[in-house]
Design a protein around this ligand. Sequence first.
Ligand SMILES: Nc1ncnc2c1ncn2[C@@H]1O[C@H](COP(=O)(O)OP(=O)(O)OP(=O)(O)O)[C@@H](O)[C@H]1O
Ligand SMILES: [Mg+2]
Length: 233
Amino acid sequence: MAKKHNKEQETSAVSLISMVDQSSPITEQYRTIRTNIQFSSSADKRIKTIVITSSGPGEGKSTTSANLAVVFANSGQRTLLVDADMRKPTVHKSFGLTNNRGLSTILSTETQVGDVVNATHVPNLFVVTSGIKPPNPSELLGSVRFDVVMDELSRLYDIIIFDMPPVVTVTDAQIVSSKADGTILVVREDVTRKDAVMKAKELLELTKAHVLGVVYNGSKDASDKGYYYYYGN
Ligand SMILES: Nc1ncnc2c1ncn2[C@@H]1O[C@H](COP(=O)(O)OP(=O)(O)OP(=O)(O)O)[C@@H](O)[C@H]1O
Ligand SMILES: [Mg+2]
């Protein structure tokens, strides 16, 4: 019984506070993160593709990715959220979508990008779910096909956010970070270990990822809905 409960929690939908309450201080924090990302962009290097990762599991990567995607879309930019966590996908659950086709489908078949993009009820927000769990996520993300897909998406959207697995346990986030314009590391209060953050940073630097900053997911108590985020270089 307890085991089943844990398993369900592992892949549950995340709270889309930015969608349900635009005036919440938490939504305002996501807007601040958005502004900081926009300020990291320069005329010669626009930040268009962003990886969200963290050192370990359950630190708020998917929550941060989904809410950031909503506030980017709210600012009028054509925004795409890609569930690039093909190991523990949650984006389809958060947005109430089916997951028969998605990223793994375009990377492993002839399916075109346009066939797997879902509109959402947030204007300007589009979603690519993870697709059926493939046996080889890292190989798919490291493939030439992934580069081609990323190029194509970059032409179609203003901002693309990749929700990724943790960087310390599997190589997926390192691979995509090396191709993306920027990477954000999520740190969760009382969960993230300091040595793990150092390790994550080291692994991202190894692949020449452009780490834009850290999102501090700082609520101890889920019951007060107090997710507070800070951002800095
Ligand atoms: N600050 C917070 N306070 C309370 N609950 C939170 C907070 N941040 C995230 N959560 C909850 O913790 C769980 C894990 O969050 P989330 O799915 O965003 O993490 P993740 O890093 O994507 O996890 P995974 O490594 O499994 O992909 C979710 O149920 C989410 O709603
Ligand atoms: Mg996740």
